[in-house]
Design a protein around this ligand. Structure first.
Ligand SMILES: [Zn+2]
Length: 264
């Protein structure tokens, strides 16, 4: 039985599904049929995920199905009944930590020998208590509802040269975005300066419906696969509007950005 301990580290390994067990093709057969796909790259990839709520837990499930080799994730939040309209948890998991509960749920979803590491901590505490937790990840997905954490993850990615994918949804559940911080491109602070934000703002009781989560996570997983496969992503910002057109584009650095300097 999992507890809501806030500093527990859990590591497990799901068993891979062998073709002979299914009596049919390799479990990844359909995605391997894509001409550009390289399952070896996906299987060897290591991804860090910050946040295991409506966005993060959903994203982790998709990555587990694709066969990502290692998933490291953290969240200090506890599952509430009001999460269940959009977050992939069960009623019996009410009161459990979201990261640890996600690990349990992923065991039944993994299609490969995926290493799972769950930390019942927010990103700031994770960095302090387990500073090497994200040290060897190839990519970080920041899927939280907290502006300060986005800036902290952005700074971590800049410092360690790790690409970061950000995603969020609006309070109306009609809009969201996926933003990619990579290489010499703009950082999170280029478009959302910390000086302009209200870091303490966090409204857990915001209205929320599942469809926008599904849309943005689909795009975030696409960006993850694309970058992992070494393909050039033609955009770094994808606004997703259910009530208007959605056109991805390349954002530019902001001159004088306090975090990255704004120098291309
Ligand atoms: Zn910047």
């Amino acid at each position: 039985m999992l507890t809501s301990c806030t500093s527990l580290k859990t590591i497990t390994k799901a068993s891979g599904i062998k073709p002979t067990e299914l009596g049919e093709q390799d479990v990844h057969d359909r995605q391997k049929r894509l001409p550009f796909w390289n399952q070896g790259k996906i299987s060897q990839s290591s991804i860090g995920v910050v946040g295991c709520g409506g966005l993060g837990a959903e994203y982790l499930q998709k990555c587990a199905r694709m066969g990502v080799g290692r998933l490291v994730f953290c969240d200090s939040d506890i599952i509430q009944l009001s999460n269940l309209n959009r977050q992939p948890f069960f009623e019996c998991q009410k009161g459990e930590n979201k990261a640890l509960a996600t690990l349990e749920n992923l065991k039944g979803i993994c299609t490969a020998e995926t290493m799972l590491e769950a930390y019942a901590l927010d990103f700031q505490d994770l960095k302090t208590i387990y500073p090497d937790a994200f040290a060897n990840v190839d990519l970080i997905a920041c899927l939280v509802d907290n502006e300060q954490t986005r800036h902290d993850v952005s700074a971590y990615g800049l410092k360690h040269g790790i690409p970061v994918i950000f995603s969020a949804v609006s309070e109306t559940s009609l809009n969201g975005y996926v933003s990619v911080q990579i290489g010499g491109g703009p950082c999170y602070n280029c478009s959302s300066p910390i000086a302009d934000s209200n870091p303490s703002k966090k409204q857990c009781a915001d209205p929320s419906v599942i469809y926008i989560h599904t849309v943005v996570i689909g795009v975030a997983v696409f960006a993850t696969a694309w970058l992992t496969l070494g393909k050039n992503l033609p955009w770094n910002f994808y606004p997703l509007n259910l009530d208007a057109e959605s056109t991805p584009y390349l954002r530019k650095k902001r001159a004088g950005c306090e975090a990255c300097g704004g120098i291309a």
